[in-house]
Design a protein around this ligand. Sequence first.
Ligand code: PCA
Length: 204
Amino acid sequence: MRTVLLTGFEPFDQDSVNPSWEAACQLDGVQLAEDVQIVARRLPCAFTTAPECLVQLINELRPVMVIATGLAPGRGEISIERVAININDARIPDNLGYQPIDTAVVVDGPAAYFSTLPIKAMVKAVRGAGIAAAVSQTAGTFVCNQVFYRLQHVLAGTDVRSGFIHVPNQPLMALSSLVDGLRVAVATAWNTPVDVVEVGGQVS
Ligand code: PCA
């Protein structure tokens, strides 16, 4: 059985739940094809331990695709992230009390990595299921961006496609819609080798 690794985050910033994990864990074990299944795992919300944990999961599970998810408080739609940038600039401390300001995710790494997922096809499919979705041009500068960057860095040059999805909090999106939207996004990523050409940009 081949594995598509889907991660969510533990709660942070005084929240008691994180919808990214609440949704991802409901997709654990879902079959995407006869020999492909989703394995969901939770990451800590800390700059030091989250990427370590992710790399350990990749080494242990040898996934054929990796999609990390996290909460973007205040965003109303499922955000398929386009780009991870090589900067940490934390507005709040992480769950271990660490607050890096203007440090590199990977010293001497490239300025940015693009998602290798078919982001436009994913947005189109989620919208087609009646669930709000958009391409996002920034994953922020906190733990999610850092994990996204490390994910792309560790898988660069391999044929394992990977990327990041930010999810809304409740009540902006019901958990059941989020679970359905993520299921469609992951299945579309798996089933779409070449992205579609669709408008997904922003003027500013
Ligand atoms: N969201 C935060 C970190 C963990 C999460 O779920 C972020 O967007 O960086």
